[in-house]
Design a protein around this ligand. Structure first.
Ligand code: NAD
Length: 498
């Protein structure tokens, strides 16, 4: 059986460490074995990054960008292989894996603009013959810790921008599906990145805690569940590091009585069940305004769900695949059971789905639950499965109050034909990413991604313009070359331009 190691200083290494099995979630079988980095292994990766930093810091941004151009080409020419690696370990269908990769590549394309993005700010004559400018210098060694659900895209949110800004990187991918991530990092070496600039350590809490406590790590980008995001943020910042930690979600879609219902159902279908609902932007709650809208939504949705096709990743006629682990499957089924026990109505039940030839896979079929109320556990917590819950309210104001009261504030959407209602919604709702008839409002690579409330700990969002600020430190230089005309005498008061 193949054992996956780490990428340290340009070499794949596997020290004699603890190991963890990696499953193929469609078959339920163990596919590979993963070495879990010890503290010592992580420290070697940090040392390699530290060693590579001075030369990389001084490499002109245009040369760093050229490596990204080659990297983009390699990602594109190896897309099928990357999608298959994602499918084997995550379970998502090949079309979805290719979509994830494409959204990741768009971040590489943005990073190719490094010389433009790093130009800084310049002011001439801030005083007599005095010029002042701000430079955006790299931080040093920075770390990324990523979740299982986007093993290619989320790492690509982080390291291309960190690297073109002049930093060296240590990435700790999810231990559940690390093959595509490790392979992508190797492509970066092939694109010409110097050894040590990008390192990957596979592992669990021991590896993460080593990164959080090491003084050589200047900043940490994290994406994962909220309890861990909060832990990462508090520990990293207590240790003097810059940190952005993106957490979990419970994304609501308001379905207004005037919505184009057929369109809303189609959009919701993909946004609730795509990738088995294992997306931080999945729409997992439909808030129907008025009973007529709710009845129409539930009836059209349950009919549309009869065509959902669940199966293994390589058959691209499938809509979505299995859940990531057997334990997660049990957890999702537990939430459906709890909703039923608390009085909700399971309209379409995916608990007993069977996929022919994959009887041991971690599958749950698309599930629709109506009459969900805010006191139910299944409403309060993130399910992260193919489950759409319908909450019934009587006004848009009630719907908005419900969304604002939820602990998460990642994404939301309104389906309506009323421009005024849509504008009021986007203006006031306490959520970071808002869609108007757009169910998955994931910002493109030249904007930035982040939720509000307990969906993000920190200030700056991920990727895009915020990433330039996150991965650089401002230095402001004020300069004068004294000559006879501007030489001044001694001045003890605060200099002003009066
Ligand atoms: P997770 O929090 O279990 O794991 C994320 C990372 O943290 C992994 O690399 C893991 O090894 C590490 N980790 C786990 N437990 C740890 C601990 N006790 N101490 C230190 N490190 C630890 O998340 P997951 O299950 O891999 O991913 C799913 C979650 O990620 C969902 O909650 C989803 O909403 C969230 N997510 C959020 C976004 C976003 O942008 N907000 C994007 C993708 C996923």
């Amino acid at each position: 059986m193949q054992t996956l190691g780490h990428l340290i200083n340009g070499e794949i290494v596997t020290a004699g460490e603890r190991y963890q099995d990696i499953f193929n979630p469609a078959t339920g079988a163990i596919g590979k074995r993963l070495a879990l980095a010890s503290r010592d292994t992580v420290e070697q990766a940090i040392a390699a990054a530290r060693e590579a930093f001075p030369a990389w810091r001084d490499t002109p941004p245009i040369k760093r960008a050229r490596i990204m151009f080659r990297f983009k080409e390699l990602l594109e020419s190896n897309a099928d292989k990357i999608a298959a690696l994602i499918g084997e370990e995550h379970g998502k269908i090949v079309h979805d894996a290719l979509g994830e990769l494409q959204r990741g590549i768009e971040n590489v394309e943005y990073a190719c603009g490094a010389p433009e993005l790093l130009k800084g700010e310049h002011s001439r004559n801030v005083g007599p013959a005095i010029d002042s400018w701000s430079e955006f210098q790299p931080l040093g060694v920075v770390a990324g810790i990523t979740p299982f659900n986007f093993p290619a895209m989320v790492p690509l949110w982080m390291f291309p921008m960190a690297l073109v800004c002049g930093n060296c990187f240590v990435l700790k991918p999810s231990e559940r599906d690390p093959s595509s991530t490790l392979y992508i990092a190797q492509l970066l070496q092939e694109a010409g990145l110097p050894d040590g600039v990008m390192n990957v350590v596979n592992g669990d809490k021991e590896a993460v805690d080593t990164l959080l406590h090491d003084d050589r790590i200047q900043a940490v980008s994290f994406v994962g569940s909220t309890p861990i995001a909060e832990y990462i943020y508090s520990t990293a910042t207590a240790n003097g590091k810059r940190c952005q930690a993106l957490g979990g979600a419970k994304n609501h879609a308001i379905v207004m009585p005037d919505a184009d219902m057929d369109n809303a159902v189609n959009q919701l279908l993909g946004a609730a069940f795509g990738s088995s609902g294992e997306r931080c932007m999945a729409l997992s709650v439909a808030v129907a305004v008025g009973d007529a809208a709710a009845d129409a939504l539930v009836s059209k949705m349950s009919e549309a769900m009869t065509s959902l096709k669940v199966g293994a990743y390589m058959d691209s006629s499938n809509d979505f695949g299995p859940l990531i682990t057997r334990q997660h499957r049990e957890k999702v089924i537990g939430y459906i059971n709890s909703a039923e026990a608390q009085g909700a109505q399971v309209v379409v039940d995916g608990r007993t789905v069977e996929v022919h030839g994959y009887e041991n896979g971690f599958f749950v079929g698309g599930t629709l639950i109506d009459h969900v109320t805010t006191d139910m556990l299944s409403y309060q917590e993130e399910i992260f499965g193919p489950v759409l819950q319908v909450v019934r309210v009587q006004s848009m104001q009630q719907a908005m109050e419900l969304i604002d009261a939820h602990e998460y504030g990642n994404g939301t959407c309104i389906f309506t034909r009323d421009g005024e209602a849509a504008r009021y919604f986007s203006d006031h709702i306490q959520v970071g990413m808002v869609g108007i008839n757009v169910p998955l409002p994931v910002p493109v690579a030249y904007h930035s991604f982040g939720g509000w409330k307990r969906s993000l700990f920190g200030d700056l969002h991920a990727y895009g313009p915020d990433a330039v600020r996150f991965y650089t430190r401002r230095k402001t230089i004020t300069q004068r070359w004294p000559s006879a005309g501007v030489r001044e005498g001694v001045e003890f008061s605060m200099p002003t331009m009066k």
